[in-house]
Design a protein around this ligand. Structure first.
Ligand code: E4P
Length: 215
């Protein structure tokens, strides 16, 4: 299982890298556009961090351009690259041909049948947009769970995306997600719990009489 940061801000990604338990970066065209610079330059900066996996989403709509764009991304991100590909007809075909050389993630799926086709086409990952699915079709976690059952025994891994709280992150894992991608604000809350903080305050309150000299 891996936890990724969903961002196109190199500064955020660097902080996440320093946490030590974030194993890669997912981006999307909106995040990249929000960086206000050319996507290639942001991608190159994210690749320099060398965090593990670097997910880049193709924006081309036909097969020829998708292959060209994939080669451009591969040149920048090298072996870190995972191609995010939308679940449209040309996208599934691109997964079939590109997945032989670059790991592919079919992204923004909203049905079990799309998950099945993505897996059959050779996707290493599918990205399920949990919160968006809850808003659009009622229960993103139930969708995730159904996809996980369908993909049981296959080599396709489920990346839970569009997560808006740490509870939604935990529930996604309990519903069958293999990996999580989280925006910086949610990522930062994962290791915090009020009772842990209270316990630490109690332990450190000096009541035990232990003295230690830190050099
Ligand atoms: C994942 O790869 C996507 O970039 C992301 O999780 C989308 O989430 P959103 O619903 O916050 O846009």
């Amino acid at each position: 299982m891996s936890i990724f940061i969903d961002t196109a801000t190199p500064e955020e990604a660097k902080i996440a890298k320093d946490f030590g338990w974030v194993k890669g970066i997912t981006t999307n065209p909106l995040l990249l556009a929000g960086a206000g610079r050319k996507a290639e330059s942001v991608l190159a900066q994210l690749a320099e961090l060398n965090m593990g996996k670097l997910f880049y989403q193709l924006i081309s709509s036909n097969s020829k351009d998708m292959h060209k764009e994939a080669r451009m991304a591969k040149e920048i991100a090298g072996d870190q690259l995972v191609l995010k590909i939308p679940p449209v007809a040309a996208g599934f075909q691109a997964v079939y041909s590109l997945s032989k050389e670059i790991p592919c993630c079919v992204t923004a799926l909203y049905s079990v049948s799309q998950a099945l086709v993505a897996s059959e086409a050779g996707a290493q990952y599918i990205a399920v947009y949990v919160n968006r699915a809850t808003k659009l079709i009622g229960d993103g976690l139930a969708l995730l769970n159904a996809m996980s059952k369908i993909l049981h025994g296959s080599t396709t891994e489920i990346l839970a995306a569009s997560i808006k709280s740490s509870e939604e992150a935990s529930s996604s894992l309990l519903c069958g997600a293999d990996h999580l991608t989280l925006p910086f604000n949610i990522l930062s809350t994962l290791c915090i719990h009020e009772h842990s903080e209270e316990a630490v305050r109690q332990f450190n309150s000096g009541g035990t009489g232990i003295q230690i000299e830190v050099k």
